[in-house]
Design a protein around this ligand. Sequence first.
Ligand code: UD1
Length: 424
Amino acid sequence: MKGCLVVSMYVVEGGRTLSGEVRVQGSKNSTLPILAASLLCCGESVLFNCPRLSDVDATLSILRYIGCSARREGDTLIVDTASVTRNVIPSGLMHRMRSSIIFLGAMIARFDRVKMSFPGGCELGPRPIDLHLNALREMGVAISEEHGELDCCISDRLHGAKIALTVPSVGATENIMIAAATADGTTVISNAAREPEITDLADYLTACGAKISGAGESTVIIDGVKRLHPATHAIIPDRIVAATLMSAAAVTGSDIRFTSIIPSHLESVLPVFRDCGCEIEMISGGGMVFRSPYRLQSPRLIRTMPYPGFPTDAQAPLMSAAAVADGLTVFVENMFESRYSHVSELCRLGADIRVEGRVAVVDGVRRLLSAHVRARDLRGAAALVVAALSARGKSEIEGVEYLERGYEDFELVLSALGAEMKKV
Ligand code: UD1
């Protein structure tokens, strides 16, 4: 109907115990930069384990707009970047998510001139892109910023540079790696981000013929090659979705078996669940059994840090677990200024949480109560679902569109484990 806005929400009947086996989806934060990097390959890349998410769709829309083709077969994406006809990304496409800035490095590696607007994204406080722009300037790109638009051009060739990041930014590290892969000479990134998604991007680029060493460490060295070729690559499992599902198991006193996780990617997360009293057993040949106690213990202190520290993306779901744990938990959010939008909604569900700047103090209660709540960002939405699973009664959660940016068929995944949850 014209002029009629259709809003979905989740309805969750809390208090059900979960059980069974779950396969964790592919990583959103790997899929997005790898799709952008596929632009450098001028041919057909085959990417396995790509989750169905609105952020992935937004990335594919950009690729299609600039002339590439992409099709999905199950969880495999086949992307053909042989023909690229446009060097402009309009604001409507850039505004759908912040990660669209990842196209800057890839586009400038393919065109002498590129125009795009500033990216959009979840409201997590200021999310500048100065590190991306400064690095590309050092690599020979002239960038002017006017009226929310970036106009970038290379007078000669993109060249390697020594780039010292003041913050180990994930997106900036990825943008530099992509741009440097076919630049003239060597690029050295110091204070690079070390996230597993950086290593996954390096693995894909290496399969395409790039020469990269040190990915996953603080210094990444990229020796530019003349051209890349298409490749086949399997995306790593999503460690944040795994942490969210563990939080869901923890708050419902459930035992779940995970079939596709990489334990080393969860090294800062698993000890927190152990502190809560959960038992975690690795299964030889892959997988993990996660067992939760009747009542969680408070994990006491959670400080978000760049990898390998505790991930900011897991802060919100873990806060829902802390909300029903026995004792006080102090959260310190060091990565983003405004990442507590879920707190007021958790309090509507009966949580006892006080926020002062970057610190949130959670006094665990025995039981949350059902309520109508509204998500305002992706991980906050996941936290509200986790909390509603443990609450007594029927909760309604608005803001499904945020959750669908990062969680594939979340209601189906949780329902298959025994949750009573549906999208209406
Ligand atoms: C990525 C992840 C996001 C995660 C975040 C931190 C993707 C698609 N998204 O986001 O889920 O929450 O890492 O782990 O991978 N900064 C600057 N200037 C810049 C860039 C960043 O000051 O040019 C600051 C940011 O404001 C923030 C910090 O650096 O405080 C980390 O941000 P960054 O690592 O860049 O996050 P994203 O790559 O956007």
